[in-house]
Design a protein around this ligand. Sequence first.
Ligand SMILES: Cc1cc2nc3c(=O)[nH]c(=O)nc-3n(C[C@H](O)[C@H](O)[C@H](O)COP(=O)(O)OP(=O)(O)OC[C@H]3O[C@@H](n4cnc5c(N)ncnc54)[C@H](O)[C@@H]3O)c2cc1C
Length: 435
Amino acid sequence: MKIVILGAGLAGSEAALQLSDKGCSVELIDSKPVFINSEVYSMEGPAELVCSNSLKSESPSTASFLLKSEMRIMGSKLLEAASVCSVPAGASLAVDRAAFSDAVLKMLNDSGNISFVKGGNITTVGALRSAYQADLYIIATGPLTGSEMLRSISETGGSFYDAIAPLVTLESIDTEKCFWGSRYGKGDPDFLNVPMTKDEFTLFYNELMNAEKLGWSELEKPEFFERCMPIEVIASRGFQTLVFGPFRPVGFEFKGKRPFAVVQLRAENAERSVLNLVGCQTRMKQSEQKRVFRLLPGLEKAEFVRYGSVHRNSFLNAPLVLERGVRVRSMDNVYVAGQLSGVEGYNESIFSGMWAAFEILNRMKGLENVPLPPKETMTGGILRKMINENGSFQPVNANFSLIDNPNDLGKKNRKEFYVKDGVKKFSEWFDLLSN
Ligand SMILES: Cc1cc2nc3c(=O)[nH]c(=O)nc-3n(C[C@H](O)[C@H](O)[C@H](O)COP(=O)(O)OP(=O)(O)OC[C@H]3O[C@@H](n4cnc5c(N)ncnc54)[C@H](O)[C@@H]3O)c2cc1C
């Protein structure tokens, strides 16, 4: 069986490794480095984490941990690479982005069954089929997929906006004015925290609100994904919204008292030489980013390695266009994986690549329509949303509202129960299908 995968991002790389592991011959094509969308991508290699270096929480009462636990049971290759390249980040799994991409490249090269074609820019499904003969195709071209490609799959797509946070160098920060630590002292002190008094925050807030932002074209309607809002959009909802949101000071003390607000900076690489301004994704002009973020105590001389930005994300209307979250209804041998298929987030995109491979492998065994993961599991919840959602479909990311697992437990115990029970049910389901 020969499978061609377009896009060596998170979903495409995971799918290629899963398929190759089971003996399929895979041709993996990426437009990088010849054609590179340099507004978002900056690396030549595969599996680039375009913004934050975090694969979210490893705390055992979180939705993201449940999703990763299920993916680990399924044998996710990219999560394996992530644990090898992890950098300290409190209770989260964060990686050195360059080391992560290198590790995935090595896995692709070592696999023996994957031929990795760099620099091919194919703009439609028809062009892909003409250029590369295969039994099955997976389109995994990500959230910035060109409009021609999107239209060649379906006319019923949607879009929203996503934002990138700025990066600054550690050596340009006056660390006397900040402190390393984690909220409530939990885990290792992996964040550099910038404490602010009310006066400092007020000045920052006013300048943020007044700063010049890049405009929207008349045709663009700015709809944001709630969990990746530009900082100025959050701030525009009221003076206190940042203080109750990304700048919340709870769980911190500086010089014996709780600051009015705390901005957290997370290491981007293993050497901690570059830091990400957590929650500071923005559409301010670059000169304004420099001026406004330099108002943060200790960042007066901050050197920017990357400025924040905002991008349009495209996705398919999964319930209408895709069978079981991956197979294109109108094209029997074409699958879609990753953010383009209607999931949102790094882990969710990796899972989608695994799911595409899992569905293809089952199809090869003559097992179509195997039962979905149980309704108590996170992967089951994500897939059911992509399959059954009625009305206006929005991209899905891991959260407990996707799970169907009634119980009488309190809020905290309930989450731990969801995770424990979800992992148990997922293992049972996976064991049954693997035997
Ligand atoms: C600006 C931005 C910031 C984001 N930040 C985060 C974040 O902080 N945390 C988070 O969890 N998620 C984030 N996301 C969402 C999402 O998780 C990532 O975009 C994720 O990388 C999606 O994985 P993917 O495999 O679908 O696509 P990608 O990882 O983007 O991979 C797509 C690949 O396809 C290639 N390609 C594209 N078109 C073609 C073509 N025509 N021919 C050949 N190759 C092609 C690209 O070069 C790329 O390598 C962000 C998204 C955007 C756009």
